[in-house]
Design a protein around this ligand. Structure first.
Ligand SMILES: [Zn+2]
Length: 309
């Protein structure tokens, strides 16, 4: 081979290599751009599905659609998280919770002092079988012990509310700061349990109730503090007395009947702490009683606005 030919071949080779490299870079750019556009499209689709819908029925998360042969198939939507929002209307609704706005009877089943690893899941099972959404006033100290149960309750449509962290009156009612501290620690525990960083319950129940008892005068001050912080609070107007001494099943049910009598809007106080076996065992009878008396079951999502995220 002549010197000149050899030189030409080298030039040709290096030109070919250069072309290959350019082609590879071009291919890489095409792949990256396609991947980017793909992700953007997927995100857009996801966002368009999470447009806030206020007060929709959360039990219907499955959408029935039909395939090409017209057979109905169930397509599961992406899960949506309910984030409570405090509006003026929500404040009024909670304030006037014991007076129903219509003749229709309604009942809120509420459970305090949980979650417990043994009783709360059983209560959740009964509620699920009856397709009832309830409200749980959880204790922060117990939420951190049983986060998966709180998550289950939340995902099954129940309202997860706040009952403070310790339930020790002398601690929670020691000062304004300690009240808010217990409230905030419990909110944090709930957020971590349900894995929804934006969640804020905005709903508190005073351990022992908002009136009466040794701390009555400070509790009055604290209700204003809660107001200023957009935290709603609620007591009850019906109970099964499951926190008082030894009761029989019959007594628990009888207490419910007695204390709900002639009331159109009923907020039932019950407990789902670890020793409330009778509350679980009588729950079906309590539900049947309200059903037989034409009550509709409500939870706080029915009177507090929320957005879906
Ligand atoms: Zn309590």
């Amino acid at each position: 081979m002549k010197e000149n030919e050899f030189y030409m071949m080298e030039v040709y080779k290096s030109k070919t290599n250069f072309k290959n490299i350019i082609f590879l870079i071009f291919l890489l750019v095409v792949i990256i751009v396609s991947a980017y556009l793909g992700i953007r499209y997927a995100k857009k689709q996801q966002n368009s599905q999470s447009t806030p819908i206020q007060n929709s029925d959360n039990s219907d998360n499955d959408e029935i659609i039909t395939d090409d042969n017209n057979n109905s198939i169930v397509q599961e939507e992406l899960p949506k998280n309910r984030i409570p929002i405090v509006t003026e209307e929500a404040k009024e609704n909670v304030k006037k919770i014991y007076s129903s706005t219509s003749d229709a009877k309604r009942v809120f089943l509420t459970f305090d002092d949980g979650p417990s690893s043994n009783i709360t899941p059983l209560i959740l099972d009964v509620l699920k079988q009856n397709d009832i959404k309830a409200t749980f006033f959880t204790l922060g100290s117990r939420v951190i012990q049983n986060p998966q149960i709180v998550k289950r309750a939340y995902e099954e449509g129940h309202y997860i509310a706040n009952h403070g962290y310790t339930h020790v009156y002398s601690t929670i009612y020691a000062s304004e700061e300690s009240l808010l501290d217990e409230y905030n620690r419990t909110e944090e525990a709930i957020r971590n349990a349900i894995e929804v960083p934006e969640y804020s319950s905005h709903l508190f129940r005073f351990p022992g109730g908002s009136v009466g008892g040794q701390y009555n005068s400070v509790k009055k001050v604290y209700t204003k503090v809660l107001d200023e912080n957009d935290i709603l609070y609620v007591d009850w107007n019906c109970l099964n007395e499951d926190s008082t001494g030894k009761r029989t099943k019959e007594q628990l049910v009888q207490y419910i009947k007695d204390t709900s009598k002639n009331k159109n809007s009923v907020v039932v106080l019950m407990h789902d702490a670890g020793d409330k076996v009778l509350t679980y065992e009588t729950l079906q009878e309590v539900i049947d009683y309200f059903r037989a008396n034409e009550y509709t079951f409500y939870n706080f999502y029915d009177i507090i606005d929320y957005e879906l995220k």
